[in-house]
Design a protein around this ligand. Structure first.
Ligand SMILES: NC(=O)c1ccc[n+]([C@@H]2O[C@H](COP(=O)([O-])OP(=O)(O)OC[C@H]3O[C@@H](n4cnc5c(N)ncnc54)[C@H](OP(=O)(O)O)[C@@H]3O)[C@@H](O)[C@H]2O)c1
Length: 297
């Protein structure tokens, strides 16, 4: 199977490449090779590789910066995915797109289902919601996988930030009134790979997130299990940010659960990520050589 991945250098993109079955022929151009905001570049990459499956792992994820970088956020999160959806449909490739829990306003107190009405609070969330709608309008067979609080051994994420700060013996103040579902990018990659291997999946929105529902403070505590640390809970008001975030954005993942997909436990995923990152002399260092020991299970 020929699989084209846009955003291959990101967390999800790296995990997808690590876990891709040996039978897959993967092409994952960097943003320098294919700028997904340029329709001609997207169409050209699709036309020259002729994939069976196209996966969009690219995104503009800077939630606060998006508040003043609106055109760029929409170009990457809405218009680029629309170009991909159209190009995939044109060549008969199945298209997988990824969205976010931040499409919800967070006023609920129980996990959001695929049928709940989005009402994003931020430009990031609005641009991602616009992407969902544009993708499904251009290609109703597309799979849109919403995920949440993504972490991995790659790129920038909350787990790596917390470990690095704890290694500096700093007092960590972490928001304790926003609730969500931390999700390991490798678990999400496994789901997309599994779905790509099945033909009879109906297009539409699917939720996939970690099974634990926690605050950022509780997540930080789980990350630092067994690591000396000083952690103090604060409120959202104590940590002013440019973008509004949902207070509650856990995702219910019944559609994918019914298809047999479920995440590993958070503690297991954190153990795995920590095993790939080593705390050496109080500093966070990469313990894993690129490309070595990639397949986890
Ligand atoms: N991270 C989270 O906490 C989180 C939460 C909920 C949902 N999600 C969703 O999960 C998906 C994967 O997120 P992630 O954390 O893996 O993302 P990531 O690590 O931030 O990677 C995003 C990738 O997109 C690429 N990209 C950005 N603009 C591009 C452009 N114009 N052309 C081509 N590539 C471009 C980036 O390339 P460069 O580095 O070269 O710019 C980068 O490789 C996204 O859809 C995201 O919205 C993430």
């Amino acid at each position: 199977m020929k699989v084209l991945i846009f955003g291959g250098a990101g967390q999800l993109g790296r995990c997808l490449q690590d876990r891709a079955p040996a039978s897959w022929q993967v092409h994952a151009p960097t943003s320098a090779q294919v700028d997904i905001t340029q329709p001609a570049q997207v169409a050209g990459a699709v036309a020259s590789f002729v994939p069976d499956v196209l996966i969009n792992a690219s995104s503009y994820n800077a939630v606060d910066a998006a508040e003043s970088d609106i055109d760029r956020a929409y170009a990457v999160n809405a218009h680029g995915p629309e170009h991909m959806a159209r190009a995939a449909r044109g060549c008969g490739a199945r298209f997988f797109h990824v969205s976010t829990d931040y499409v919800f306003d967070g006023t609920r107190q129980s996990p959001y289902t695929e049928d709940d009405t989005p009402a994003p609070l931020s430009v990031y969330g609005q641009s991602k919601r616009a992407g969902e709608l544009a993708v499904l309008a251009a290609n109703p067979d597309a799979i849109v996988a919403r995920t949440a609080w993504l972490f991995s051994e790659y790129g920038k994420n909350f787990v790596k930030t917390i470990l690095a700060l704890a290694a500096q013996n700093k007092l960590l103040t972490v928001v304790n009134d926003q609730v969500g579902s931390p999700t390991y990018a490798g678990d999400l990659a496994d789901v997309l790979i599994g779905l790509a291997g099945r033909d009879a999946i109906t297009g539409g929105i699917y939720h996939f997130a970690g099974r634990e529902v926690v605050t950022w403070f509780e997540f930080a505590g789980a990350i630092l299990a067994g690591v000396p640390h000083q952690l103090q809970p604060i409120t959202t008001d104590d940590y002013p940010a440019r973008a509004r975030r949902p207070q509650y954005s856990a995702l219910a993942c019944r559609k994918l659960q019914a298809l047999g997909f479920k995440p590993h436990a958070l503690s297991e995923n954190l153990d795995y990520v920590r095993s790939r990152l080593a705390l050496i002399d109080g500093k966070l260092a990469h313990a894993v050589q690129e490309g070595v020991g990639n397949h986890r299970r």
